[in-house]
Design a protein around this ligand. Structure first.
Ligand SMILES: [Zn+2]
Length: 206
């Protein structure tokens, strides 16, 4: 049943509140709870928090999930949308795919950190928080991590539905744009810099 707000209408905000409530009573492992906690407290739009929540709980409609739910017919249709002939599950799409690896390599270089060897999304996220926590707020790390996954997901959908091309540099540019937008323009200007400054030295403003 879709959650409704006070006026009886479905809103992202009402759905978001429902997910927070669910998370409090869910039987999630400590590690997922810890990751969700950072996501809920990060400065980004509610729809992106919901996306990150679904990703961390392995509830996104990846092709492997669609086969499990009998929406796609068989395993042959569950190959990665980026064309690498490997099953498209959450960890593959966002971390282990050659496209995702290329994106993370550039994002880590941008942040001045070594790329994580983690192959599981939740661990990958928390490791990045741990590496950066002495340099900046965990909420801002949450924003950059979610912006990276969000941009990969948007690009993947564009490839499936609009015949888009796989372009690592384009995804990286979107990560920088989204994270800057959410931190500097939306959400009461949590960072104060222009896009050029953000692109040049993000940690100085995180
Ligand atoms: Zn792939």
């Amino acid at each position: 049943m879709w959650p409704l707000d006070g006026s009886g209408e479905f809103t992202v905000r009402a759905y978001y509140r429902k997910l927070i409530k669910e998370s409090l009573v869910d039987e999630d492992s400590c590690i997922i709870k810890e990751a969700l906690h950072v996501v809920w407290n990060s400065w980004m739009p509610s729809k992106v928090k919901i996306f990150a929540w679904r990703l961390l709980k392995d509830r996104l409609a990846t092709r492997v999930q669609l086969v499990k739910r009998n929406i796609l017919e068989d395993n042959n249709t569950s190959h990665c949308a980026f064309g690498c002939l490997i099953q498209e599950d959450t960890n593959h799409l966002f971390l282990n795919c050659i496209i995702a690896k290329g994106v993370w390599l550039k994002i880590c270089a941008w942040l001045g950190i070594t790329q994580s060897g983690e192959h599981q999304c939740c661990n990958h996220f928390l490791q990045m928080v741990e590496i950066l926590k002495r340099k900046c707020s965990t909420r801002r790390v949450g924003v950059v991590w979610a912006a990276t996954c969000w941009s990969i997901w948007k690009h993947r959908n564009d490839k499936i539905f609009n015949n888009g091309v796989s372009d690592i540099d384009e995804i990286v540019h979107k990560v920088k744009m989204f994270s800057w937008w959410w931190l500097a323009i939306g959400n009461k200007q949590k960072v104060s810099c222009n896009f050029y400054e953000w692109n040049h030295s993000p940690l100085q403003y995180m």
